[in-house]
Design a protein around this ligand. Structure first.
Ligand code: AMP
Length: 142
């Protein structure tokens, strides 16, 4: 399975913010869409960074309530590691594990075409494993 197979199922919708937006607006979007990260885009539609719940937790621990005086750009992570629709899901799983993040934006020909989360990856890997077990069971039963 490839990243493209995940996008076919979930679509290419991305919840994004800009670096100048207040943190409270990014938080509201995460809560509303039930997601753990928002992509930070620049004026040209490129990727400026990513802001995840981890960034917010760290900033709250460090700065307390003052975190709400910050903008997305103050707390986001940059640069962002991306993948392409042609990447195998197994490779993205390895990347997420090795680099300890759970979100990877998908970029094709310089354009953002989706975002893959650890939940999407785990779901796909379980389906792959189940299909393999089914095939082996059928083979053994022959
Ligand atoms: P996450 O596990 O995705 O919530 O993120 C953990 C940390 O990695 C946070 O500081 C994020 O901003 C950062 N992060 C998440 N995804 C990426 C990515 N694709 N590239 C670079 N940093 C990321």
């Amino acid at each position: 399975m490839f990243v493209n197979d995940i996008l076919k199922r979930k679509g290419s919708a991305i919840t994004s913010v800009t670096a100048g937006q207040p943190i409270a607006e990014a938080l509201a979007l995460m809560a509303q869409h039930r997601i753990g990260a928002v992509l930070v885009v620049d004026g040209a539609g490129g990727i400026a960074g990513i802001l995840s719940e981890r960034d917010l937790v760290r900033a709250m621990n460090k700065n307390g309530k003052a975190v709400f005086d910050r903008t997305v750009g103050d707390l986001m992570t940059s640069p962002v590691v991306t993948c392409t629709p042609k990447d195998p899901v197994g490779a993205i799983e390895g990347m997420m594990t090795a680099q300890r993040f759970r979100h990877v934006p998908v970029v094709e020909d310089g354009k953002i075409v989706g975002i893959v989360s650890i939940g999407d990856v785990v779901k796909t890997r379980i389906e792959e494993a189940e299909a393999e077990v089914d095939a082996l069971r059928r083979y053994i039963a022959l």
